[in-house]
Design a protein around this ligand. Structure first.
Ligand code: NAD
Length: 467
């Protein structure tokens, strides 16, 4: 028996099986929670399908009220949700609190949007209208780095557009989603929102389910590609927000002392487990040594620990698999470059790795070429900024990137050449619900957030009338 329940057809139910959720800061079992069976997945999809006709027939205003009420309930329970988020995900409590309030803010942002009918022609001969219709049942699949806010990219716009939803969090961070299901259960009709959990075994079935019309997926590029294949048979709509290997390019005219803290934050926030974290840093040779020293100093001063402890700057890696992967990348990097800060795990339980700075490293090393998704940053020397952009563009990823310079014109010219869904200038990884977000190349397909992020949960329908 667990205190957590799945949400299926408006009812809180036990899973057919259970699974343990580990606190990554202690490696102890935090909770035992339900694990849905494939039969329960089918029930959730069936409930969402049954709820769709009525829900899609409600007015936008009714749906706005429901989504705003969800934001209220998230805010009202922010303290509890943030604690739970820290315990299951690892991030410091202040960051978890920010994520929870951010989640409520994202819900509210979407309620400010509308899906008006556009009239393309209203002449004597004809009237042509463009409508945006809901799709049906949406499968929303979320990873473990930001379990709450990434859910908020999907659930509110899907519901506002008139769809019903089956939400599936990642196996290692299911608790905040289950608690959310409990909190919002009475704010929508039974079946409009369902929350199920799995042990990495239901994502494929949810994707391929014949009654799921759209899959909104955030996760790795490898899994995104499986989602695309799984959705192909029935030509489902998909939105894929995938991995990245964002480059930051620092020109010769910045002050390392002023810029290093911003670069550090861009790379190490959430212990580097951010899709749009800065994952490769290119620094001009004239300031390279000084920048490396500044970054190493900040890394050495960073306090890592249990996110519930006051004063913790960075928490652990979220799960053992990621912990082992990042340690392997660091061992590889020792051969290819010089580790000047971090590189070790403290002698204590928990998936901790000290923030690690690697210099004298270049392309051809796994740490530069692959997505590390952890607290380790390769700092690469360059001499020509055009060449740095070319090198940055060699990646198969294209999620984000940034240019750092006091010459905004020069930075802008380089930003135009960087192949990425978002390019920041003198900042990195800023997300805003009103700004569309999506990846170039193998970092994704489609758009989340902004008006475009709402449109993705709709199908265009044209009514073309002769008169
Ligand atoms: P993952 O791909 O392993 O898992 C993501 C989700 O997909 C989980 O809920 C998982 O259970 C589910 N899943 C597993 N197999 C599936 C299948 N065959 N079909 C459908 N769903 C399946 O990713 P992860 O390791 O949890 O997350 C880390 C990755 O996510 C990183 O690559 C990171 O860059 C990326 N990410 C991208 C964004 C973005 O917006 N672009 C945001 C956050 C994370």
């Amino acid at each position: 028996m667990s205190e957590y329940r799945l949400l299926i057809n408006g009812e809180l139910v036990q899973g057919d099986q259970t699974m343990d959720v580990i606190n990554p800061a202690t490696e102890e079992t935090l909770a035992t929670c339900p694990r849905a069976s494939e039969a329960q997945l089918d029930q959730a999809v069936a409930a969402a399908k049954a709820a769709f006709p009525d829900w899609s027939a409600t007015t936008m205003e009714t749906r706005r009220q429901a989504v705003n009420a969800m934001a209220d309930v998230i805010e009202a329970n922010a303290t509890e949700l943030a604690q739970l988020l820290t315990q299951e995900q690892g991030k410091p409590l202040a960051d978890a609190t920010g994520e929870v309030y951010g989640t409520a803010a994202f819900f509210r942002y979407f309620t400010s949007l509308d899906l008006p009918v556009k009239v393309l022609d209203d002449s004597d001969g004809r009237r042509v209208e463009v409508h945006r219709k809901p799709l049906g049942v949406v499968g929303a699949i979320v990873p473990w780095n930001f379990p709450m806010i990434l859910m908020a990219f999907k659930l509110p716009p899907a519901l506002l557009a008139g769809n019903t939803v089956v939400l599936k969090p990642a196996p290692t961070t299911p608790l905040t989603s289950l608690r959310l299901g409990e909190l919002i259960k009475d704010l929508v009709p039974a079946g409009a929102v369902n929350v199920i959990t799995d042990a990495n075994d239901l994502g494929a079935a949810l994707t391929a389910h014949p009654d799921v019309r759209k899959v909104s997926f955030t996760g790795s590029t490898a899994t995104g590609s499986k989602v695309m294949a799984g959705a192909a048979g029935l030509l489902k709509r998909i939105t894929l927000e995938l991995g990245g290997n964002d480059a930051g390019i620092v020109l010769d005219d910045v002050d390392p002392k002023v810029t290093a803290p911003k670069l550090f934050q861009s790379a190490f926030q959430n212990s580097g487990q951010v899709c749009i974290a800065m994952k490769r840093l290119y620094v001009h040779e004239s300031i390279y040594d000084e920048m490396c020293e500044e970054l190493a100093t900040i890394a050495n001063e960073t306090v890592i620990g249990d996110g519930l402890q006051q004063g913790t700057n960075l928490g652990p890696l979220q799960n053992r698999m990621q912990f082992e992967k990042v340690k392997t990348l660091i061992e590889d990097a020792r051969r290819d470059g010089n580790v000047i800060a971090g590189g070790e795990s403290p002698d204590q339980p928990g998936y901790f790795i000290r923030p690690t700075i690697v210099r004298d490293i270049s392309e051809g090393s796994r740490l530069v070429d692959e997505e590390q998704f952890g607290p380790v940053l390769p700092v690469i020397k360059y001499s020509d900024s055009e060449d740095a952009v070319q090198r940055a563009n060699k990646s198969s990823y294209g999620l984000g990137g940034s240019i750092w310079s006091s010459n905004l014109d020069q930075a802008y010219a380089l930003a135009e050449k960087l192949e990425a869904g978002t390019v920041w200038i003198n900042k990195h990884a800023e997300l805003d619900p009103g700004i569309p977000f999506g990846g170039a190349k193998q970092s994704g397909l489609g758009t989340e957030l902004g008006e475009e992020g709402l449109d993705e949960f709709t199908q265009l329908k044209i009514i073309n009338m002769a008169r």
